[in-house]
Design a protein around this ligand. Structure first.
Ligand code: HEC
Ligand code: HEC
Ligand code: HEC
Ligand code: HEC
Ligand code: HEC
Length: 157
């Protein structure tokens, strides 16, 4: 009996991972981008430019003070905004600490978000659709004649 139960719970866990159900709220890029919002409305790139920020809850509440206020998810969002406690979004893309990366440099080189993150606009749930591994980075650097010596990505900055 026990092994069957264990195997079943294993499958459930797998299903959870595949559906990416781990985010604290069922936020959908597909739904929100269909409203005409742009990436940069929510994802700011403050100086010095490495990081793309997550949006503040107050920005979400500019709409959700009036939209879906009965939803338990929106109640949670509203509470987070009032208490100024950011929603703990689970990271999808994460490089190891020995790799240097800057969003600003790539935005200025006109690399599209989709090249590295896939068709975000069509997704309810963001999963790691593009492997941002060394081969991926170096292939594009070769094609676009960017620096490709080891130190370009592995030197401390
Ligand atoms: C209404 C605000 C909003 C807009 C507009 C928006 N995003 Fe997001 N984005 C979020 C939130 C909230 C999260 C965290 C939850 C999640 O991962 O779905 C997120 C997460 C992400 C992540 C995952 C980051 C990580 O590694 O954890 C990527 C990539 C991303 N967004 C790309 C985009 C792109 C590309 C666009 C434009 C096509 C866009 N977003 C537009 C709010 C927004
Ligand atoms: C431009 C207005 C607007 C902004 C800004 C906005 N939303 Fe929404 N949101 C909507 C609309 C419209 C819906 C769909 C409502 C429906 O299904 O009828 C929605 C639906 C949702 C839902 C699904 C609620 C449910 O129970 O069905 C969640 C969760 C959500 N939004 C979270 C967020 C988060 C988190 C942010 C900020 C990162 C955000 N929204 C910013 C307009 C907005
Ligand atoms: C050249 C590839 C590339 C492009 C282009 C790119 N990203 Fe990223 N993004 C990454 C990588 C790699 C990470 C993980 C960074 C890390 O762990 O240091 C990441 C992480 C993120 C994160 C999580 C927070 C962070 O900065 O680590 C968000 C949100 C995000 N990207 C949104 C976007 C949006 C929006 C765009 C377009 C405006 C975009 N990205 C363009 C490669 C890219
Ligand atoms: C879409 C193509 C593309 C992808 C994918 C890409 N890059 Fe780049 N990257 C560029 C271009 C083009 C430049 C040069 C910009 C310039 O010189 O102005 C650049 C510059 C850089 C720089 C600055 C180098 C310097 O001149 O000092 C670093 C660091 C870097 N990329 C790291 C990465 C990493 C890490 C990844 C993978 C996670 C990656 N890049 C993926 C196109 C790309
Ligand atoms: C354009 C950026 C870029 C350049 C140039 C680059 N790397 Fe990397 N490197 C990465 C990224 C991104 C990772 C993380 C890979 C991952 O998470 O799968 C990585 C990982 C590594 C690792 C860890 C391997 C592993 O499997 O975890 C080593 C070792 C390494 N690089 C050595 C080098 C050497 C040596 C050079 C020069 C010949 C070099 N790298 C050039 C981006 C780069």
């Amino acid at each position: 009996m026990t092994p069957v139960v264990l195997r079943f719970s294993g499958l459930l866990l797998l299903a959870f991972e595949l559906c990416g159900q781990q985010q604290p709220l069922p936020y959908s890029h597909k739904t929100h981008l269909a409203l005409g919002l742009e990436c940069k409305t929510c994802h700011k790139n403050p100086d010095p430019g490495e990081l793309m920020e997550y949006p503040p809850e107050s920005l979400c509440m500019s709409c959700h003070r009036a939209i879906k206020t009965d939803s338990p998810h929106i109640k949670k969002l509203a509470a987070a905004a009032t208490e100024k406690k950011p929603i703990p979004w689970v990271r999808v893309y994460r490089l190891p600490p020995f790799v240097y990366f800057s969003h600003r440099v790539h935005a200025e080189a006109r690399a599209a978000c989709e090249t590295c993150h896939g068709p975000v606009r069509e997704r309810d749930v963001i999963t790691k659709q593009v492997a941002n591994d060394m081969r991926f980075c170096m292939t594009c650097h070769t094609a676009s004649k960017a620096r490709n010596d080891c130190a370009a990505c592995h030197e401390e900055r």
